[in-house]
Design a protein around this ligand. Structure first.
Ligand code: CMP
Length: 130
């Protein structure tokens, strides 16, 4: 999971982490990372052809993000329920994005959408080369 710049700028790190701690998931590791343009482009490579790609990169690049390594049964499902729909206006009540998100791409958090992307993203932030 990533806490995005819009949330960090509004001092929401603690409140978002509290929401995670209200689930059964365990926080195995956590760090604040300066997300360079190169890292941002690599992280969001799969969205390169999307019309929103440039907006997304310009919003995220060269800013701090907080990366969390989470573990638990059904972690993907639990986290996606906690986070809510991509667009905060459409996110279910009491989700992180409904409560804190400003719009797209400023939707406060990123959550992996599958086991495969979770593995890739955990390695991206917490792998040996870091
Ligand atoms: P995230 O879960 O990080 O995955 C891709 C991101 O792209 C998404 O959250 C949003 O921040 C952003 N995004 C998705 N759809 C749109 C859109 N239509 N317009 C702008 N940004 C978007």
């Amino acid at each position: 999971m990533l806490i995005k710049p819009d949330a960090i700028e509004r001092n929401l790190i603690g409140r978002i982490i509290s929401r995670v701690e209200e689930t059964p998931l365990k926080i195995l590791d956590m760090k604040k990372v300066f997300f360079s343009r190169e890292m941002t482009e690599q992280f969001y490579g799969e969205h390169k052809e999307e019309e929103f790609y440039n907006r997304l990169i310009n919003y995220m690049a060269d800013k701090n993000v907080v990366a969390l390594k989470l573990e638990g049964l059904d972690a993907i499902k639990i986290l996606r329920r906690l986070v809510g729909a991509t667009d905060p206006k459409k996110a279910e009540k009491n989700t992180i994005r409904a409560d804190f998100g400003l719009g797209t791409p400023q939707n406060s958090v990123h959550a992996s959408d599958s086991e495969k992307s979770a593995k890739r993203e955990i390695d991206f932030f917490f792998g040996e080369k870091n």
